[in-house]
Design a protein around this ligand. Structure first.
Ligand SMILES: [Zn+2]
Length: 246
């Protein structure tokens, strides 16, 4: 009996060491679009709508200045922001809606916390997050999404492979415009205004009370003044690392 218990304990310990030791590090993929070369350059603006409300400062500026954007929406955000969705749908030439997951749960198939958010934690939960996000978009009558971006934009390599198998490209970025919407207006403006030909910018459109939103608007206007063109992910040749687009 005692021997058996000792044996089981040894097996349990070796399993714990094996899974702990083999947990692959998370990746934060980079995405670029094909540079324009001939003109003043082009960038792709991607905005996450994780949950919460809508930053109408940004939404109005996009409409008024005819700046196209790819909006990554969650099922949670879609439910609570019908007015903003209606504005986006009224301007199909500007807005492309893509999949940010059903419940804003990081697409990581092992249990852990990323920026304080609990990961999906299993392959099944990653699948559920991706598929429920796509279903929520389909439910609003939007075209089927082609791109996925997980909450926190960090992934386990196994999750990336699963999401690719489902047919989605994974949207990394090359410029972190607003630091999760936590940066000040001035620093956000500086980061976005510094975008170069071929860059993919990430920022947030769901934090109307944060100073970063004002910086997003100012940074975009600075790019527009320089003659930079904006393209949506659907209209650009996006290429990412870590197997996210190929
Ligand atoms: Zn998010």
């Amino acid at each position: 009996m005692r021997l058996l218990r000792k044996y089981l304990w040894a097996v349990a310990m070796s399993l714990a060491v094996a899974t702990g030791g083999h947990a692959a590090p998370l990746v934060e993929p980079i995405l670029h679009i094909k540079p324009d070369a001939s003109g003043a350059g082009r960038v792709a603006l991607t905005l996450d709508a994780c949950g919460g409300r809508t930053d109408t400062r940004i939404l109005s500026a996009l409409v008024e200045n005819k700046i196209p954007a790819t909006i990554f929406v969650t099922g949670i955000w879609l439910k609570r922001n019908a007015a903003a969705v209606a504005i986006m749908r009224a301007h199909p030439e500007l807005f492309e809606l893509e999949n940010h997951g059903g419940r804003h749960i990081p697409a990581v198939d092992t249990p852990q916390k990323i920026y304080g958010i609990r990961s999906a934690g299993s392959p099944q939960a990653v699948l559920a997050e991706v598929e429920s996000g796509a279903a929520a978009l389909a439910g609003t009558g939007e075209p089927a999404p082609k791109w996925f971006r997980g909450a926190t934009a960090e992934y386990s390599p196994a999750a990336i492979a699963m999401i690719r198998k489902l047919g989605f490209k994974i949207a990394g970025f090359s410029i972190n415009g607003d630091g999760g919407s936590l940066l000040g207006a001035r620093e956000t403006t500086r980061r976005i205004a510094a975008a170069k030909d071929g860059d993919v910018i990430i920022a947030h459109i769901n934090q109307p009370t944060h100073a970063a939103g004002e910086g997003v608007v100012q940074g975009l206007l600075a790019l527009k003044d320089k003659g930079m063109t904006f393209v949506r992910l659907d209209d650009a040749d996006g290429f990412g690392n870590n197997g996210t687009t190929d």
